[in-house]
Design a binder for this molecule. Structure first.
Ligand SMILES: Nc1nc2c(ncn2[C@@H]2O[C@H](COP(=O)(O)OP(=O)(O)OP(=O)(O)O)[C@@H](O)[C@H]2O)c(=O)[nH]1
Length: 376
């Protein structure tokens, strides 16, 4: 952070100007240096003896090891104050002090009280210099004024890094909060999507469930009406599925339904929507498709289904209904019409087992791959 705050010589000179810290001040402080250096230990001891009368300071300083480290730093600082050179190096050390104070938890009040105390002690030193005849009254006063400017100059650097460290902390916390909020939004969105899928999916076949079917058919009918396109609904029901369940058990029945779900998905286009309407009843919504397209899909579906289930010869009955701009129908009407045709096909399947289909023209057709045999 000190590196980030590093100031150019030009900037330092500008700040010196703000504090009226002139070459003359630098010389005034340098002139006091020999006397200050001679009394350095006394000054530092007096400073810490007074500082430690405050319990808050005692808490921050803590142990004797820290105290002796601080005394050393203070010696170094006082020597720098009377060095007469206040360049980049000097400024960098002040910036570092700001960071250390922030890190160890020295409040601005404690820091300022220490600066004030140091100013007091060093001012006394100028008095002593005068009393011992080492400088004139005017020189002692000048040194004090120069010291005031320099200490103010130092304080602003310390606070610069102190507040900089605070701002960095706030920014870090803000960033963490933003990251957390973003993660939370993503997690909620993901979980909401999963829940929606779960809510609209049939657990066994992973096709849309009955509830989602009605939502989708409404949307697709509206889309087709807007585009003036047909929409065809394929509705089918397994024939004598109960017999298969009773004969082979529900697990085999479940596998057959799962396999049928997979076969439907592999037989339709991406724009078609496959649903499990009920127990052994399924629907395919085919936006933009005609009766003829639907028959092609049914043929693919039957072929795929037979290939997968040759062992259990089971068939289904299909009803197809097409709607479109010239014959608009609601979702319910479409389902009822397709269902009615499916029943016509089923009635025929009872007479002659196999895959029967009844279409929009209400004509019956048989897909004669096999007739349901003894097995089912
Ligand atoms: N294994 C299994 N069977 C189911 C499931 N849902 C419904 N069924 C069964 O599907 C059968 C449907 O029976 P019915 O409505 O009489 O139909 P069907 O036996 O196919 O007779 P038809 O429709 O007249 O050809 C019942 O035995 C239900 O228990 C399921 O998730 N798994």
């Amino acid at each position: 952070m000190v590196e980030q705050l590093k100031l150019t010589d030009r900037k330092i000179e500008l700040i010196k100007k703000l504090f009226y810290l002139s070459k003359e001040d630098e010389n005034n402080l340098l002139a006091a240096e020999p006397f200050i250096t001679r009394n350095l230990d006394v000054i530092v001891e007096e400073f810490y003896a007074k500082q430690l009368t405050h319990s808050e300071v005692e808490i921050v300083i803590g142990d004797s090891e820290t105290l002796s480290r601080l005394k050393n730093s203070m010696r170094g600082y006082i020597q720098e104050v009377f060095s007469g050179t206040y360049d980049q190096n000097y400024v960098t050390n002040r910036l570092r002090v700001g960071i250390v104070h922030k890190r160890i938890g020295v409040s601005p009040a404690l820091y300022m009280s220490a600066v004030r105390l140091l100013w007091d002690i060093l001012s006394d030193q100028f008095e002593k210099q005068y009393e011992e005849g080492l400088c004139s009254r005017n020189e002692a006063d000048e040194r004090q004024r120069s010291l005031t400017k320099l200490l103010m100059f130092d304080v602003q650097f310390v606070f610069e890094t102190y507040t900089g460290a605070l701002v960095a902390e706030v920014q870090k916390a803000k960033q963490e909060l933003e990251d957390y909020a973003r993660d939370l939004v993503e997690t909620v969105a993901k979980q909401t999507k999963e829940l929606q899928e779960l809510f609209s999916q049939d657990g066994l076949t992973r096709l849309l469930n009955h509830r989602a079917f009605y939502e989708r058919i409404r949307i697709e009918l509206a889309g087709c009406a807007r585009r003036k396109e047909p929409l065809t609904l394929v509705y089918f029901d397994l024939n004598d599925f109960k017999l298969l369940n009773d004969h082979y058990g529900h697990i085999v029945g479940d596998h057959m339904l799962e396999a049928l779900g997979a076969t439907i998905l592999s037989s339709i286009r991406e724009t078609d929507i496959a649903c499990r309407y009920g127990g052994d009843e399924f629907c395919i919504i085919m936006p933009g498709a005609t009766n003829g397209h639907a028959k092609d899909v049914c043929e693919r579906l039957i072929n795929g289904f037979v290939a997968r289930n040759e062992r259990h010869q089971i068939s289904f009955s299909i009803g197809i209904c097409q709607t479109g701009p010239d014959k608009p129908m609601s979702g319910d009407e479409l389902v009822m019409a397709a269902d009615a045709r499916m029943y016509l096909a089923k009635a025929q399947a009872k007479l002659e087992p196999g895959f029967w289909l009844c279409d929009t023209q209400e004509t019956l057709g048989k897909f004669g791959l096999f007739a349901s045999g003894d097995d089912a």
